[in-house]
Design a protein around this ligand. Structure first.
Ligand SMILES: NC(=O)c1ccc[n+]([C@@H]2O[C@H](COP(=O)([O-])OP(=O)(O)OC[C@H]3O[C@@H](n4cnc5c(N)ncnc54)[C@H](O)[C@@H]3O)[C@@H](O)[C@H]2O)c1
Length: 299
């Protein structure tokens, strides 16, 4: 998507943090925004603030949606299409952190909650909008918010959260290859950003143990999170440039490199019969399989 002017974007988890910064960038570029969040009141207030920005060049409406509920995802899409007549982009951004602690002490309820929002919520929203974009048939873009954790940022004491973000990377990469022509997709991988995420426990539903007390963010040493304003404009610019991986922050680059180097080194150290690998290449195998299935469908 090279231009967002006069387009319509739905942003989940947009009442705060990264989603809100994306909304600000879009409305400045003349893109109408649907501010969606589990909190209707906050979403409504943000939509009004967005429209009141002196440099706003489009409209904003609020639609509540808890992304863990398929019926609410459907209602979000129904209402967005009914209001604007078309939707051109989904920023699939809602996410929570379940706190920090050793993996072995992770509570089952916390792990299920963080997967419910960060993975199943993300997947279900993505698939519902993909179906509707396909039916609409016009160019559309999906931006899935993952994390620097997705590409191997070593974050001990956040194992469950990391697993959800690796899962988002896993399926988004496959969808990239499966999507029909007019639909493009990107993976937003922010670094550590100053937002409300440390307090997302306050939203934990009763089914997963209920709200957790608000936690002060304690920053020790001379590291600080990136400002949230570093994310929105960068993300939109990269989508326009056609990037799949969107990295607003440079700090994780060396960690990605270290991980990739370790993987390559392990292959090289463990394998000797390197010449026959093309005959075991599953990518080639799958390409043949997909082509055969397509040919069968076409006949
Ligand atoms: N802040 C970071 O350091 C960081 C880094 C990488 C990735 N991310 C990801 O960025 C995304 C946005 O997080 P943020 O840091 O802006 O946090 P945030 O807490 O400031 O904003 C997240 C928003 O999501 C909403 N939300 C929570 N559960 C929801 C649900 N079930 N349905 C709909 N909305 C829900 C919250 O109400 C909140 O407004 C998340 O996917 C997060 O995992 C954050």
């Amino acid at each position: 998507m090279q231009d967002f002017k006069n387009k319509v974007a739905v942003i989940t988890g947009a009442a705060n943090g990264i989603g809100l910064d994306i909304a600000k960038t879009l409305i400045r570029q003349g893109c109408h925004v649907v501010v969606s969040d589990i909190h209707q009141k906050d979403a409504q207030a943000r939509a009004e603030q967005l429209e009141a920005m002196p440099d706003a060049k489009a409209s904003a409406i609020a639609i509540a949606c808890d992304v863990t509920d398929m019926a609410q995802i459907n209602a979000l899409a129904d209402k967005a299409w009914a209001h604007f007549g078309h939707v051109d982009a989904l920023f699939n951004n809602a996410g929570v952190g379940a706190g920090m602690g050793p993996a072995v002490k992770t509570k089952d309820a916390d792990l299920r909650w963080v997967f419910e929002v960060n993975f199943f919520g993300n997947w279900n929203t993505c698939m519902e909008f993909t179906r509707r974009f396909t039916e609409q048939g016009t160019p559309a873009h999906i931006c899935n918010t993952a994390s620097e954790n997705s590409i191997g940022w070593p974050a001990p004491y956040m194992a469950g959260y990391n697993a959800t973000k690796a899962a988002v990377l896993g399926y988004t990469g496959m969808l990239r290859m499966e999507l029909p022509e007019p639909i493009s997709i990107s993976l937003l991988c922010p670094g550590w950003t100053q937002t409300e995420i440390a307090n997302s426990g306050a939203l934990r539903p009763e089914a997963y143990g209920g709200p957790k007390p608000v936690r002060e963010t304690q920053i020790e040493g001379d590291v600080t999170p990136y400002a949230v304003e570093t994310v929105g404009a960068h993300t939109i610019e990269q989508i326009k440039q056609g990037a799949f991986y969107i990295f607003p922050h440079y700090a994780a680059r060396h960690l990605a490199e270290e991980r990739n180097d370790e993987i390559s080194a392990a292959f090289d150290a463990q394998q000797t019969d390197v010449d026959d690998w093309p005959s075991h290449d599953t990518r080639t195998y799958l390409t043949h399989m997909i082509a055969a299935a397509q040919a069968k469908k076409d006949n």
